[in-house]
Design a protein around this ligand. Sequence first.
Ligand SMILES: [Zn+2]
Ligand SMILES: [Zn+2]
Length: 346
Amino acid sequence: MTRLLIIVILFLIGTRYDQNMFRLRVWGVRGAVPSPLTPLVLQERIFARFNEFFEMGFISASHVKEFVTALPDYKLSGFGGNTSCYEVYTKESRIIIDAGTGLRELGLGINHDRSPKRKRECHIFLTHFHWDHIMGIPFFAPILNQEFQIHFYAVQPELEQVVRSLFRRPLFAIPFEELPSQISFHVLRPREKFLLGDFEITPYMLDHTDPCWGFRVEYQGRVYSHCVDTECFRVSRKDLGEDLALYSNVDLMVFDSQYSIGHLLQKSPSGHSSATIGLDLAIREGIKRVLFTHYNPNDSDFQIHRYREQTREYYEAAINRLSETGRRVHQVMWDFAREGTDIEIG
Ligand SMILES: [Zn+2]
Ligand SMILES: [Zn+2]
């Protein structure tokens, strides 16, 4: 009897967790242009890891799994080569933010998803129209499937014109008018809450080379904040003004970290930021967790790893410095994103 009761309680907890699920999955982490792992780089990594395997004293095939799963990302798989694409999802609904080349693989999964809980509709929010944020659209399988309704959203009024232009001959074989899916466009009002099912989505302005809007996504009291692409040169609360809301009471923030702080100082104005700036904001505003992304396509996985190590040193020094003032210091969970990162929000 007791056993049955425990099973029922665990089932109810599991169901409740499932219903409250609010997650982010990363499909594209690069800025500017895709940067796939080349066969030569992959081959060099495999040679180097085999050497390490034997140098560490492993001799049996049964040790391979243990060895490979313990490898840091930069030593084998890397961070990923697709451009900007993020899926924010619950058990029954999803929104997609940015439509870089990561959208292609996401689209294949959506196309084959026959779950009765999922409607055959897609909601794609665009921060801006630089190539790395839109080039996945023509290769998004649901847009070529008559069963789907596709909704595009952006603050910029050029939204429809831009998306239509991607399907123009001779750039693409199927003209926009002949696409089989049902496509509609929604121009959002700046800093005004937009309701989509259980999601509340509010666009706030980012600091980029062309107009670019981040999104604050709320679901059952939890908050996701999307801050890509941005140089984030407005940092103080006064300068941020109304856009401060993008950083307030946030559970998970995705933040532009294309450059190390050294590179950023050399390149400014660049339209992109650095992890150190995101961390300063997160510590000050009490953001729970930060995922850094939008890596420079010219940076190797090892260079990105080095930025992560520099960021760790910066973070520890910042926390120590603030702790010396005697005030309570907010600790931030943070990491650098890789394709396939899938985490709970809140
Ligand atoms: Zn970008
Ligand atoms: Zn951009």
